[in-house]
Design a binder for this molecule. Structure first.
Ligand code: MIC
Ligand code: SF4
Length: 775
């Protein structure tokens, strides 16, 4: 029988032991009570005695317990890991094949198609995992965050993952942080990993969810309070009796979507519910161990009694008064109660007819989620109703699908017309072959995913996506329009029966008969890695061995053209769209053709088109102009608006600009992961000291940047912007690079620095370039 994967008991035991020792040192230093997140972060410090502690200022150097990657980001992560010249990963790690499966004909056919179409990528990842000691989860096993929650997450641990929704594991008391692939390489190559010490936001939950309200509404409410940039460099810690009333998977929904407000991560204390979840997912020993170590896994008692003294900001939410919410279009913080949407649709002219409803994704596809949606479906069925619009369901994992098939939820959903897709990201990341609307048709969709940026789900910027809980999405599928409030209005079934939906009962959080179906698609690494050959084709259009980036030298910073100035929201989906481009995630040159193709040009308002400073041609694709500058050996810059790089962890949004010649991105402000990705890849992320100076950047400008030789204490740089009419502006910019990050820039990238350091340590004969071994 195949051994099922798991986090080893001894590993967790050692981590708790080490945590206890580190916390003793920290308590002696700080002499005050600690929040849960402080306990977990500080207990993972590489040097608890000497680490400078200053929220919002100090970089914490941390020992990571586990790394997770998904197939769309693992390719670059592993290609970079190969540059580090290490033979095995230094910490436990896993790769999950979930992003490359395209939804079209239903689960099993779509998985077969994916296996054929992505063969070389899967072969590469499988062989690399086997060789480097990484657990591999093949297509059909499930979505990374669900599978990791089911198998690897444990309370009090520190995990990083090359996906922004890694904080999902905060539902189980783990501090889990989304990062770019280059960061995962730090940990996998055996180095400490650094993150800016976040400020702390406490969310005090009281009361209990009632009626239609669900965990999704908690995070939508928090998003409405903090907005998409309000969580930047902040860690959100939930606590209080309301927190203890939520299931582990419900908590994971909340922490998962902390990514939508840019939070470093979010976390809940370990409690009875987390204990039960661990037990139900074959981890009784770890559950008992966690119970015995409760003080490491929950805040000190005084924190709950007097939160204002321990958090930089405290939000109060009484769950008993929470209403079901819906967010959108185009931004996850555009939130209102469901009861207000029909009016908003009229006021703002949203297309009322819903074209498709979708349930699932890593955020909302637990046993409890599908059970609640299935209860709504059952009630509708009893009233003779069917869905009015297509309803697509992507379960989170093989375990969820098999268990809910056995227990009847899948049948209830199918009975009203739902179609079950593969256990994968599917339409959540634009892997959706949509035949029902024209590619640019204005239309409305409703889903239980987490993001609703333009063009995300179906590459169509005219699709308006609204995000709500699975049960609310199910209700909308039954009415097919935003013009009806499905939770309060009277509904009519196809045969004319009038009925009202009653709120679904609180569902079982865990299956009474236990979970089944875990471990499908799992492949452990090889016992003898020397026998494994890396499979990477030479002429592949999907995979390209990475060449180290050349350092940017001082003379190159003179008279650099502004390639593009973005206006408004510029998420990583605008900078490096996913969907069809996921195909090229392992090929830096091919994927770079998508650069900024969804971003709005601040001068012309046109999407993805820009001006060539040298040929004076207007409305050219951004990548084409960048390639022209590269050919002329000119470095260039991007100018961004607020919260530039919001959303995902995909480092392609930093690597493509680097590959095509960017030296800097100057923005009003940055999202955390993207800013860090830029630094890692050797691009300077700079902000306007005076944000209104953004307005001074004109089409056709060339910029000369002061070279960052060493850290200037006030951390400003001057930039000379020369305009086409011969006038010029000197603009003061800020940077927040540390000495070490500046060294990345000087080396050409963080990885170049790792390689240099490692080459100094290695004996000559083990310095062979991995690229030559690959065939
Ligand atoms: C997303 O939800 O945007 C993604 C796709 O999961 C990304 C990762 C990626 O682009 O591969 C994320 O959230 O980091
Ligand atoms: Fe996949 Fe969507 Fe979750 Fe990203 S948010 S990991 S695309 S399911």
């Amino acid at each position: 029988m195949k051994t099922l994967p798991a986090t080893r008991f001894e590993l967790v035991e050692n981590i708790y032991k080490r945590s206890r020792e580190s916390l003793q040192t920290i308590r002696a230093r700080l002499n005050r009570n600690l929040t849960l997140s402080e306990k977990v972060l500080f207990s993972h410090l590489s040097s608890p005695e000497h680490q400078e502690l200053a929220p919002g200022q100090a970089y914490l150097s941390l020992k990571v317990d586990r790394v997770i990657m998904q197939d769309a980001t693992a390719q670059m992560a592993i290609l970079q890991f190969m540059q580090s010249n290490r033979e095995r990963v230094a910490v436990p790690a896993s790769v999950h094949c979930d992003h490359l499966i395209r939804a079209h004909e239903g689960a099993s056919r779509d998985i077969q198609t994916a296996i054929q179409n992505n063969k070389e990528v899967y072969d590469f990842l499988r062989s690399a995992c086997s060789k480097f000691g990484i657990d591999f989860w093949g297509p059909g096993s499930g979505i990374i965050h669900q599978v990791v929650l089911e198998n690897y997450a444990f309370p009090g641990g520190l995990m990083i993952g090359s996906d922004s929704h890694t904080p999902n594991m905060g539902g189980l008391g783990m501090v889990a942080i989304g990062v770019g692939g280059a960061d995962t390489v730090d940990a996998m190559a055996g180095y400490n990993w650094e993150v800016l010490q976040p400020k702390l936001v406490g969310v005090h939950l009281t009361g209990e969810l009632k009626g239609w309200a669900s965990p999704k509404d908690i995070i939508l409410w928090v998003a409405s309070q903090l907005t998409v940039k309000g969580g930047t460099n902040r860690l959100i810690e939930y606590f209080g009796p309301g927190a203890r009333s939520l299931s582990a998977t419900g908590k994971a929904t909340v922490t998962n979507m902390g990514a939508e407000i840019g939070a470093t991560t979010s976390v809940f204390p370990f409690d009875k519910q987390s204990y039960l979840y661990l037990k139900a997912t074959r981890r009784s020993e770890i559950a008992e161990l966690a119970m015995r170590n409760l003080e490491l896994l929950s805040p000190d008692r005084e924190v709950e009694l007097n939160p204002g003294a321990y958090f930089d900001q405290v939000l109060e939410l009484n769950l008993s008064t929470l209403e079901p919410m819906i967010a959108g279009p185009f931004s996850p913080d555009l939130v209102r109660p469901v009861s207000q949407l029909k009016e908003d649709a009229k006021t703002y002219g949203y297309p009322e007819k819903i074209s498709v409803a979708l349930i699932g994704s890593c955020t909302n596809s637990s046993y409890e989620d599908l059970s609640r949606a299935a209860s709504v479906a059952l009630e509708a069925k009893r009233n003779g109703a069917q869905v009015e619009v297509p309803l697509l369901v992507n379960p989170g994992s093989a375990q969820i699908l098999e268990t809910t098939t056995r227990d009847g939820q899948v049948e209830s959903l199918e009975a009203v017309g739902a179609k079950v897709l593969a256990n994968a990201c599917g339409p959540c990341i634009g892997q959706w072959r949509r035949d029902d609307v024209r590619p640019d048709e204005r239309n409305t969709i409703v889903n239980s995913y987490n993001r609703n940026f333009p063009a995300r789900n179906d590459s169509n910027p005219n699709t308006l996506a609204f995000v709500a809980s699975p049960e609310v999405v199910m209700a909308y599928a039954l009415v097919g329009t935003l013009a009806v409030d499905p939770l309060n209005d009277e509904l009519t079934a196809a045969d004319g029966t009038r009925y009202r939906l009653s709120p679904p009962p609180r569902a079982e959080a865990l299956p009474l008969q236990g979970y089944i179906g875990n471990g499908q698609g799992f492949e452990p690494p090889a016992e003898d890695p020397s026998k494994v050959q890396l499979l990477i084709g030479r002429a592949s259009e999907r995979l390209q061995i990475l060449e180290p980036f050349e350092p940017i030298v001082e003379p190159e910073l003179a008279e650099m053209p502004v390639l593009f100035k973005t206006k408004g929201k510029t998420t990583t989906d605008h900078i490096s769209p996913a969907g069809l481009w996921l195909r090229f995630r392992g090929h830096i040159d091919r994927i770079s053709d998508n650069l900024l193709s969804q971003a709005i040009n601040a001068w012309t308002e046109k999407r993805g088109l820009t001006y060539n400073v040298y040929t004076h041609e207007q409305d050219q694709p951004v990548a084409k102009v960048a390639r022209h500058y590269k050919k002329l050996s000119k470095r260039w810059i991007i100018v961004g608006d607020e919260n530039y790089g919001e959303g995902s962890s995909r480092e392609h949004a930093a690597m493509s600009p680097r590959h095509l010649g960017a030296a800097a991105v100057i923005a009003r402000s940055f999202a955390r992961i993207h800013e860090s990705n830029l630094k890692k890849q050797g691009i300077l992320p700079l902000t306007f000291a005076n944000p209104v100076d953004y307005e001074k950047v004109l089409q056709g400008d060339v910029v000369t940047l002061e070279y960052l030789r060493e850290l200037d204490p006030i951390r400003t740089i001057n930039a000379l912007f020369k305009h086409l009419d011969g006038s010029a502006d000197i603009i003061t910019l800020r940077h927040n690079l540390t000495m070490e990050q500046l060294a990345w820039f000087h080396a050409g990238s963080a990885l170049n620095l790792i390689r240099q350091q490692r080459q100094k340590q290695l004996p000559i004969d083990s310095k062979a370039d991995v690229s030559q071994k690959a065939s």
